[in-house]
Design a protein around this ligand. Sequence first.
Ligand code: HH2
Length: 293
Amino acid sequence: MSSAPRWAVERLAGSFRIEGAGRPGLSARYCCGVAKVMGVLNVTPDSFSDGGLWLDPDAAVRHGRQMVAEGADVIDVGGESTRPGARPVDLAEEMRRVLPVVEALSGEVTVSIDTRKEQVARAAVAAGAKLVNDVSASLWQVAADSGCGWVAMHMPADPTVMASKATYDDLLGEVTSYLVERAETARRAGVGEIWIDPGIGFAKTAAHNFSLLRHLDTIVSTGWPVLVGTSRKSFLALPSGSPAGGDGERPAAERLEATVATSTWAILKGAAMVRVHDVAPAVMAASLAGSRS
Ligand code: HH2
């Protein structure tokens, strides 16, 4: 450890800060050279890859601490799955799942709340969350009122129907202009820290997801810090004939290598943060990809 460069030591200690987050024209990546890692903490029974594992609050907090020990910069606590076809969770149940976990972890690490409900976002911020991870891209007022950060993700249709809505005339143009419009609206409302996220896997085919990764630099060139979440998603199952080849469907638990590959790809294209279930390999990827310049 003593021979590690200073940035690596700072990063592993979890103290690396992205100075430029939310400032158009100043990509966060260029401020410090290393992308952040957001660890996924799903307090749900039905998330697509880890449903039920962390439903118990004590187990969730232990897992959150484990991800912090592995170098996560942010822990993203969610109480409602957004996988295609997922059933909505009622407000009281979502609050019951996430609030004790947010409260327990927010004194130890930056916590984000992954929700589409304004009341959950407000309660989580009151419990210590510093970032609202908003797949609906509609909750900027919560961030404006509270001074916390905000992630706007592209999801053109509700999870219950989104599988049938993956049609675009100009995928990259539509995703980019939607995100920039949301970010500018939030900035006008007074939000300081704003992230944009192309919403990999949300109303998108595998070809759409690969295309967004290939052209991620266009989204990065808007100047808003970009977050990307490919972790364990179904387009990484690599069926025969997919762009990356492969010899059959891989279950979610066997998509680690593909997650690391696509997270590294996103970082090299300029993403300032990646959202992953497996933190240690992503921290390694971010450190190596960031140390090249
Ligand atoms: N993906 C998921 C959930 N939230 N938030 C952002 N900003 N970007 C993403 O790509 C993203 C997200 C889906 O992953 P997961 O939370 O593991 O699954 P589930 O929605 O089934 O809980």
